[in-house]
Write a protein that binds this ligand. Structure first.
Ligand code: UDP
Length: 319
């Protein structure tokens, strides 16, 4: 098949591109290299079935051409990472909404199947754990700009579902929970690469708040298995699925484990995230997915435990 991956030079997109090429598919990528980079695709760049277009999904004409040439679209391009969202609030709204609109519009025009990567962030401050796909979205005030990302992604979901209902667009929405693995950059605020990089450079690990907030971390390889499998399921189209791990860990425990596993002399420093971001930051206390829906559909399970993920990331970042 011919796949188009928007954001294919990013952390998840580049792993997906490698996997699809290994399965003998043809892969085109559009990426503006804002958070993605060429190094991520250095292992596949130059291969016969790999085509790279350095451009933005805001370029409607280019998106339309690429969609027309493809059989299936993975839409992963987005302004991601809490740090980046906080520092680029305009892009966070405009690219995350209008870019997705461009891709959906072309897919509807050429009747192409599409999977959209949404995010666990859309559950916001909901405290009813675990989050099922039909749970309420509870987000904070518009003066807390962190929520612009959740809102923009929720708009993407509304739009995708509307295209499905009104125009019969075959679209699957997946909500990815904290995804980690090799090649994830420490530049955009994601906690695991950030803590590892701090531990390796013997700097303090900056735990936000009291560190009692929790997350569940899933290895990118487990996400890929789910993505590859779900697109083969007719029943998945027009629906929304969580993809995540159910192994919950506090951020403080995460920091301690990383210090232990790296043998670092770093200490933990509890910081007020408000002092790092000018304004508009708010955290969520717990984030745990209910994955029964995707488990029932494709037998989804995770192969990697948090410690396996940490070991691999530490090894990758120590090189
Ligand atoms: N976090 C932290 N220190 C950091 C970066 C993040 O304590 O230097 C915390 C953050 O407050 C959140 C968790 O780690 O509770 C995960 O943050 P990340 O930005 O990776 O993803 P999120 O789940 O917030 O989207």
């Amino acid at each position: 098949m011919k796949f188009l991956i928007t954001g294919g030079c990013g952390f998840i997109g580049s792993h997906l591109a490698e996997r699809l090429l290994a399965d003998n598919h043809e892969v085109s990528v559009i990426d503006d290299l804002s958070t993605g980079n060429l190094e991520n695709v250095s292992g596949i760049h130059g291969k016969k079935n790999f085509h790279l277009v350095v451009d933005t999904v805001m370029n409607e004409v280019m998106v339309s051409e690429l969609v027309e040439e493809s059989d299936f679209v993975f839409h992963l391009a987005a302004v991601v990472g809490v740090k980046r969202v906080m520092e680029n609030p305009v892009d966070s709204v405009v690219i995350n909404v209008e870019g997705t609109y461009n891709v959906l519009k072309s897919c509807a025009r050429f009747k192409r199947k599409i999977l959209i990567a949404s995010t666990s962030e859309v559950y916001g401050k909901n405290e009813r754990i675990p989050f099922g796909e039909d749970a309420d979205i509870i987000i904070g005030s518009t003066r807390k700009k962190r929520w612009s990302y959740a809102c923009a992604k929720a708009m993407d979901e509304f739009l995708a579902l509307a295209y499905h209902e009104e125009k019969g667009l075959p679209v699957i929405i997946v909500r990815l929970f904290n995804t980690v693995g090799p090649r994830q950059s420490d530049r955009y605020g994601m906690v695991i690469p950030r803590f590892i990089s701090q531990a390796l450079s013997k700097s303090p690990l900056t735990v936000f708040g009291d560190g009692m907030q929790t997350r569940c971390f899933i290895h990118v390889a487990d996400v890929l298995e789910a993505l590859i499998s779900i697109i083969g399921q007719e029943k998945a189209f027009g629906d929304v699925f969580n993809i995540g791990s159910s192994e919950e860990i506090t951020i403080k425990d995460l920091a301690s484990r990383i210090i232990r596993m790296t043998g670092s002399s770093s200490r933990i420093e509890f910081v007020d995230p408000g002092s790092l971001y000018k304004s508009g930051f708010e955290d969520m206390n717990r984030r745990v997915p209910d994955t029964s829906k995707i488990r029932d559909l494709i037998g989804f399970t995770t192969r990697y435990k948090t410690d396996d993920i940490l070991r691999e990331c530490i090894e990758g970042m120590s090189k």
